[in-house]
Design a protein around this ligand. Structure first.
Ligand code: SF4
Length: 424
C-alpha cells in the first residue's frame, strides 16, 4: 500500500462502502469524495461527508497509517484545520487533531479493499517486462486504449507548447526565430540536438535573413557559427567560406561555438552534422520567413516541398570538408522531413492556435499528424509486440507519450489503461 494507491481507491470508491463507521464508532456516508488535490494541502478538497447525524463540508487527508498524521506534523499546520475526515489504510495511533486541538474522525479502509485489486497492483509493481502491465495490456478493450491515446496526443502537443513558449519568451515573441530554432533542433535529432539549438540561438533570423540570396554567405555563417571553419583546409570551397565568415563575423558580431560540441561518432555519413548543417543552410535560403511559409502550406506535401531545398553543389560529393566521396546522400530524406513536420511544424501550428485562441490552427496540426506516416523506432516496435499499432504519426506520437511519460515512470494509477486493469 502507498498513498497514491490509497488516493486512487478513494477517488474511484474502490472499497466496500456499506456500513462505514469511523474508528470512534460513528456511521459514515460519503456524499461527495472531494476533488483530488496534487498541490500542497489536504489530499481531497471540498468533500461532503455525513458523520453520525452531522453533514460536514471540508477536506480529506489520507495516510497509509494513522500515525503518519503526526509524522507529517499536520497537527501543527493550520492548512489542515479544515480536514473533516482522516482516511487511513490502517488505524494504529492516536486520533488526529487540528492545530486548534479539534479531534478529526478517522476512517480505516484496510479490510474493505478488494484483495484482487491489491494483488493486481502488486503484480504491476513487480513486473520486469517492457511495460509493467505487459501481461494485461493486450486484453484491455480498444475503446479504452483509443480514448486514452487521443488524450495523450493532446498532452504531448501541450508539453511541446510549453517548450515553444519558453523560446518565444527568450526571443521577444518572435515566431520566425522560434520556427528556425525548432527546425534546427530536430535537424540535429538525436545526439546533435543541443549544438543545433545553440547554433540557431547564436544566428538569429534578422541577421541571416539579409543574406538569403547569397547561399555561400549563408553557408559561411552556418559553418562559421558552428565553429567548423577554424582550420586549414585543402579544398577551395571551405577556404572561401572561411574568408567570407571572417568578414561576416565582424559585420554581425557572430560568436562561433566550440567545434568539439559536434558529434560524428557512430553516425552514418548521411546524418553527419556537416550534412545536416548544409541542409539547414539550404532551408534558410528557401525563405527567411519559414514560419509564414508553413502557415501558408495547407498539406503535408506542400510542407515537404519547403524541405526539398537542395544543398550547394559541394555537398553532393562531400559529407565533410576536404573528404570527397563519389556521391553523397545530401538531400533531406522522407524520414527527416516527417521528423521536422511532426516535431517542429505541427507543434508550432498547435502553439500558434493556442496563442491566438483559434482552433483552426490546432485542427491543422492534428490533420498534419494524421496524414503523416507512422513513425518507426524501437518504442513503436515494442508496442507492436503488445498488439498496438500506430497507423499514422498522431497515433505513434501518443504511443511515445504513453511509454515515456507513463509506463517508464510507473504512472499506472494516472493511466486509463491502468485503471481498467485494476478495476477489472
Ligand atoms: S502506464 Fe498504463 S499502459 Fe503503461 S504499464 Fe502502466 S497501466 Fe500499462
Amino acid at each position: 500500500m502507498n498513498e497514491k494507491l490509497l488516493h486512487f481507491i478513494w477517488k474511484f470508491r474502490l472499497f466496500h462502502t456499506d456500513g462505514l463507521v469511523t474508528t470512534q464508532g460513528e456511521a459514515v456516508e460519503i456524499i461527495h469524495s472531494g476533488t483530488y488535490n496534487t498541490d500542497a494541502g489536504a489530499d481531497f478538497q471540498n468533500a461532503k461527508i455525513k458523520i453520525g447525524e452531522t453533514l460536514w463540508a471540508g477536506n480529506i487527508e489520507m495516510h497509509v497509517q494513522s500515525k503518519d498524521w503526526f509524522v507529517h506534523k499536520h497537527e501543527t499546520d493550520a492548512a489542515y484545520n479544515n480536514v473533516i475526515l482522516h482516511v487511513v489504510y490502517e488505524a494504529n495511533g492516536n486520533t488526529a487533531h487540528t492545530k486548534s486541538g479539534e479531534p478529526i474522525a478517522t476512517l480505516e479502509l484496510k479490510n474493505r479493499i478488494n484483495t484482487s485489486l491489491l494483488s493486481r497492483y502488486e503484480e504491476l509493481e513487480k513486473q520486469q517486462s517492457w511495460i509493467p502491465c505487459a501481461k494485461f495490456f493486450p486484453k484491455v478493450d480498444d475503446f479504452t486504449r483509443k480514448n486514452f491515446l487521443e488524450r495523450l496526443l493532446i498532452e504531448r502537443l501541450e508539453s511541446k507548447v510549453t517548450q515553444i513558449e519558453t523560446l518565444l519568451k527568450e526571443s521577444g515573441n518572435d515566431w520566425e526565430n522560434v520556427m528556425f530554432q525548432m527546425l534546427a533542433r530536430y535537424l540535429g535529432a538525436g545526439i546533435n540536438k543541443e549544438p543545433f539549438e545553440l547554433l540557431a540561438k547564436n544566428l538569429p533570423v534578422n541577421i541571416w535573413g539579409k543574406h538569403i540570396h547569397e547561399p555561400h554567405q549563408i553557408e559561411a555563417m552556418v559553418f562559421g557559427v558552428a565553429g567548423m571553419l577554424d582550420e586549414d583546409f585543402d579544398d577551395e570551397y571551405p577556404k572561401q567560406l572561411r574568408r567570407e565568415f571572417l568578414y561576416l563575423k565582424r559585420l554581425h558580431n557572430l560568436v562561433p561555438l566550440p567545434k568539439h560540441v559536434w558529434k560524428f561518432l557512430r553516425l552514418r555519413p548521411a546524418n553527419f552534422p556537416s550534412i545536416r548543417l548544409a541542409q539547414l543552410a539550404a532551408l534558410m535560403c528557401f525563405d527567411a520567413k519559414l514560419f509564414s511559409q508553413v502557415m501558408e502550406a495547407k498539406t503535408g506535401k506542400s510542407i515537404h516541398r519547403i524541405f526539398d531545398s537542395d544543398v550547394v553543389d559541394y555537398w553532393h560529393t562531400h559529407y565533410r570538408f576536404d573528404k570527397p566521396t563519389k556521391q553523397a546522400k545530401s538531400h533531406l530524406g522522407t524520414g527527416m522531413k516527417n521528423t521536422l513536420l511532426i516535431n517542429a511544424v505541427a507543434p508550432m501550428l498547435f502553439a500558434y492556435g493556442k496563442y491566438k485562441d483559434n482552433e483552426t490552427y490546432c485542427d491543422r496540426a492534428f490533420a498534419l499528424l494524421e496524414t503523416c506516416e507512422a513513425e518507426s523506432n524501437s518504442i513503436i516496435t515494442g508496442w507492436k509486440k503488445m498488439n498496438l499499432t500506430g497507423n499514422n504519426a498522431s497515433e505513434t506520437q501518443a504511443m511515445l507519450q504513453l511509454k515515456k511519460q507513463y509506463c517508464d515512470q510507473f504512472r499506472c494509477l494516472d493511466c486509463a489503461i491502468g485503471h481498467k486493469i485494476l478495476q477489472s
